[in-house]
Write a protein that binds this ligand. Structure first.
Ligand code: 2NL
Length: 350
């Protein structure tokens, strides 16, 4: 028994893992293990020594069992320690930098304009980019013979459908859906298309924002007051505006709206081409024909409408010299606008 004990202890000292400890258990305590077979010698032991022999074997079994259990705990603690060491995380390591985008400069302008009109109680409508000939032209007092309807100038999809050439059809649809009852106060931002050769100042796809107000007793004074408030909000409170007579088929009278130059204040500079004024909007009183075609009684209702090009405004605002920069999505261009403030049209940011 002493020899068995010593043999076990020497093997136990060398056991390095769970598997070797299990093997030791089988070898000493298993069914055919050394300690188990020792018991089979009981029959050869004289009766008066049987009790002592049995107790000794049991004591040996217990001591081996205890050692093995303790060994397993030690081995597991050692394995856990090793695992934890391998899995150590260096929390001081800097994180991975993920590239983040920013709002497109044109979207800054559009959002800024939308904010101002939403603040005045206008609703925003986007409509469809593929339009019917009726809503794009006919409903806007542009009859079939009108030069603006030249096939050469628009992207036609079929005889009756085309890519909208302005956002006015959105307004014509809202007008039509109102079934002759005001008030209507909407702005319509969106992409528009003209069949044009692209160059620094022309793009076959560009953006437009139009506004429309229809109610009883709407006058040119309401139009002027609204546009003055809007343009001062965008270009600065010390700006002035002026209205010049103009012509659009869907408004009568029609006006061109200028704002005093935000850069030189009206003295004349490179931005305003020495004139002191920047042409920024077209507008007018909704033509009675347009109201009547949409089902409004033009003796009861009147309205004003205006349209502007956010592309040109973005170019003026940020000093962009080629409209194509707004549409080619070159990251070297776009990244320069990543950090401009949310209200991208505040004059302080020019
Ligand atoms: C410009 C001028 C304008 C309108 C758009 C409009 C829409 C309806 C009725 C009457 Cl439904 N008018 N839109 C009116 C005047 C001018 O746009 O220079 N745009 C870039």
């Amino acid at each position: 028994m002493q020899a068995i004990k010593e043999k076990f202890e020497s093997l136990f000292e060398d056991a390095a893992d769970r598997k070797q400890l299990d093997d030791l258990r089988v070898k000493f305590l298993g069914k055919k293990g050394t300690v188990t077979t020792l018991m089979q010698h009981m029959k050869d032991i004289p009766n008066e020594e049987k009790k002592e022999f049995g107790q000794s074997v049991n004591a040996l079994r217990q001591s081996i069992q205890q050692k093995l259990e303790q060994g397993i705990e030690e081995v597991e603690a050692r394995l856990l320690k090793k695992k934890l060491e391998n899995e150590t995380i260096d929390v001081t390591l800097p994180g991975r930098q993920r590239p983040i985008g920013g709002k497109h400069p044109l979207q800054h302008i559009i959002d800024g304009i939308e904010d101002i009109f939403v603040g005045l109680g206008y609703e925003v409508y986007e409509g469809y980019e593929v339009e019917s000939d009726y809503y794009n032209f006919e409903a806007l007092n542009l009859p079939k013979s009108h030069p603006a309807r030249d096939m050469q100038d628009s992207f036609y999809i079929s005889n009756e459908t085309l890519l909208r050439t302005h956002t006015s059809p959105v307004q014509a649809r809202v007008l039509n859906a109102a079934k002759g009852k005001g008030p209507i106060k909407i702005i319509c931002p969106g992409k528009v298309y003209r069949r044009d050769s692209d160059d620094a100042t022309h793009s076959h796809q560009f953006t437009q924002i139009e506004g429309l107000v229809v109610d009883k007793n709407i006058s040119l004074a309401d139009l002027k007051g609204t546009l003055e408030l809007f343009l001062k909000e965008i270009f600065g409170q010390d700006r002035e505006i002026r209205l010049r007579p103009s012509y659009f088929p869907f408004t009568e009278p029609s006006v061109e709206v200028d704002v005093s130059c935000f850069k030189c204040g009206g003295k004349g500079c490179n931005v305003c081409k020495q004139s002191g004024w920047i042409e920024i909007l077209g507008a007018g009183m909704v033509h009675p024909n347009v109201l009547e075609m949409a089902g409004f009684d033009s003796s009861e209702y009147s309205g004003f409408a205006f349209g502007m090009g956010p592309d040109r405004m973005a170019m003026l605002y940020y000093g962009v010299e080629d409209i194509r920069h707004l549409y080619t999505n070159d990251l070297r261009f776009l990244e320069q606008f990543k950090y401009i403030e949310e209200r991208g049209v505040k004059h302080e940011s020019i």
